[in-house]
Design a protein around this ligand. Structure first.
Ligand code: ADP
Length: 587
């Protein structure tokens, strides 16, 4: 996505609160006008003083006008900032919602690869960062721009020659400011990148502290941390060093409006071309003129940081969306057909090459083969984690691209090894499988998935939160909860990424029982890591280098495939070894 200009990036999110933002700017301008009134009143009083015609009544009257002007200034400033804060939070909400929508629409495969720390940084921190500038920059920035203009117009009305005299130093001050802004975009980009790098390294260091300590890597990891912090310091310092002369020079020249007003005003007064009250007023107003111009330069920086954050959000979530079908399809049977499927993660090299598979309804197929061969990729393509690069996948004769994602999710349960539990009760965690399920149905699914026993042992049973249960749940128990969820969902197609890590026999037996319950009468595709669990598959597909190199039943493959035979021997050997070890441990 192309970077948008400064205002373009802000207004791309500002649509729903256009009215409020406009009103906020109008109120800010009224507040500015209110702020000028005391000057007008003071001018009147000064004139009367010089005329010697001032009365107590006049002073009360113009004093009252001063106060009224001040009240208008404060009141409208309050309304303006309230409206701009409401708008800022609406924009923040909108940005966060868009990110969530984007993640929902993106291919599952892509969202899985997004770094959670980065998403958190953007959704929470980066977006939050723009709240303060956004809430203040729009009303106050426009006021800071309009105020000097209004003051100048008013000065012109008093005496346009004095007004012009007050501007003499402004072009001079703009020279160093202009020089400071040369290469600003690049330097700012570098500064933000360095800042981001430091944030990422700090998060990585903290998150990985366990590994760092366990492997005694504190020196090298700390080195990376130290370098990131140092590089940020260098970048900031270099930026500061390259600009401080200009900013200081600008800041010194800008407020020196008196250098123009005073000599020119005196000359004019001496030649009778102006009056003392006018010179006094010109001196007062010209000082007010520069302070708000100075503020505007500050706002420029804040506008840049808003633009940077919005463009970072847009770029990070500029991830492909799957073309989505919206009309539900009638799927009357549940066979899976992969037709000449090729797939590439990178768009360059294919990891799946022209694979065709037909899995009949209610049959049990297994994918086996060496690690990295493409088993998971093939299985994930069926659940449409990504779209195939070439070829088609259909369920019951309907191309999965034509099935709305929500319907496809109802048709296919993908049970993986990453069993995420939300921090709600175990009951609700299981109910995620079917939010309409009654408590009794949840309990039934838990019983079938062999969860009942260990859940009842938790202090609050099914009402224990996943956080409370936390460490008490083993990997196997978490997987059984995930299976209970899938049982409740009752999808006609189950894709199972078999767990690799639970070798204790009791857990394994229970998981097998749970899986047997889950897969009764379903079309089942298993990514197998332990061959004993798929011995009874209707067909085993041997996957190597992104191709199906052989297929058949367990017996057929033992006879015909050396690779399968070797894998089976290795598996049996490992199993014996694990039994021996368990026996030794128990002895
Ligand atoms: P298996 O499940 O048989 O171990 P995979 O399907 O996980 O194999 O991997 C097949 C190939 O695709 C491997 O070369 C792997 O490195 C690559 N691969 C897997 N996942 C990704 C990914 N998210 N991005 C890029 N390449 C990937």
């Amino acid at each position: 996505m192309k970077d948008k200009g400064m205002l373009g990036s802000i207004f791309s999110y500002a649509k729903p609160c256009k009215g409020k933002l406009t009103l906020s700017v109008i109120c800010a301008l009224i507040s500015v006008a209110g702020g000028i009134i005391p000057f007008v009143a003071a001018y009147r009083i000064i004139i009367m003083f010089f005329d010697n015609s001032v009365t107590a009544e006049d002073i009360f009257f113009w004093g009252g006008i001063c106060i009224a002007g001040f009240i208008v200034k404060v009141l409208f400033h309050a309304i303006s900032t309230t409206l701009s804060h409401i708008s800022a939070y609406t924009i923040l909400e909108l940005m966060r919602k868009r990110v969530a929508e984007k993640l929902l629409k993106a291919p599952l495969g892509v969202t899985q690869n997004i770094n959670a720390g980065k998403v958190k940084n953007i959704v929470v921190d980066q977006i939050e960062n723009i709240e303060i500038p956004l809430a203040h920059v729009i009303p106050e920035g426009s006021a800071a721009l309009v105020l000097p203009l209004a003051v100048f117009v008013y000065l012109c009305m008093i005496d346009f020659r004095l007004a012009l005299a007050s501007l003499i130093t402004i072009p001079l001050a703009m020279i160093p400011y202009g020089m400071m802004l040369g290469g600003y975009n690049k330097t700012y980009q570098k500064y933000m990148e360095s800042n981001e790098h430091m944030n990422n390294v700090v998060v990585e260091y903290v998150e990985g502290i366990e590994v760092v300590k366990a492997f005694n890597q504190s020196t090298s990891s700390y080195e990376k941390y130290r370098k990131a912090v140092e590089s940020f310091k260098e970048t900031t310092l270099n930026w500061y060093k390259s600009t401080w002369k200009f900013t200081t020079l600008g800041a010194v020249i800008l407020p020196t409006t008196l250098l123009g007003v005073l000599p020119i005003g005196t000359l004019m007064y001496l030649s009778g071309a102006t009056t003392l009250p006018k010179i006094t007023m010109a001196m007062l107003l010209s000082m007010g003129l520069v302070s708000s111009l100075g503020r505007f330069i500050l706002f420029f920086n804040q506008l840049k940081s808003i633009q940077y954050s919005i463009n970072t959000v847009n770029k990070t979530f500029d991830i492909g969306e799957l073309p989505l079908a919206s009309k539900e399809k009638t799927i009357s049977q549940h066979d899976i057909y992969m037709e000449h499927v090729s797939f590439s993660y990178t768009g360059k090299e294919d990891v799946i090459h022209d694979v065709s598979i037909k899995i009949p309804e209610k049959s049990f197929y297994a994918l086996v083969g060496p690690s990295g061969g493409g088993k998971s990729t093939l299985a994930r393509l069926v659940a449409r984690f990504w779209d195939t690069t070439e070829g088609n996948i259909s369920i019951g004769g309907v191309n999965i691209k034509d099935i709305p994602l929500t319907q496809l999710a109802d048709e296919v349960s993908f049970v993986t090894q990453d069993n995420f539990l939300f921090n709600s009760s175990i009951m609700e965690n299981i109910r995620l499988g079917n939010p309409k399920a009654t408590d009794a149905e949840v309990l039934e699914a838990a019983r079938k998935a062999q969860c009942d026993e260990f859940i009842n042992k938790l202090e609050h049973g099914y009402q224990s939160t996943a956080g409370e249960a936390g460490d008490k749940l083993s990997g196997g128990e978490r997987q059984r909860i995930a299976i209970a969820r899938a049982i409740l969902k009752n999808a006609p197609i189950i894709i199972l990424d078999e767990a690799t890590s639970f070798t204790d026999p009791e857990n394994e037996a229970k998981i097998q029982e749970a899986i047997a319950e889950l897969t009764k009468g379903k079309t089942l595709l298993v990514i197998a890591h332990r061959l004993s669990t798929i011995k009874n598959a209707d067909k085993i597909l041997l996957v190597e280098n992104g191709k199906i190199i052989q297929s058949g039943t367990h017996e057929e493959l033992l006879k015909n495939s050396n690779l399968y035979k070797d894998m089976w021997q290795a598996h049996i050997g490992a199993k014996k070894w694990s039994v021996n070890v368990s026996e030794e441990v128990l002895a």
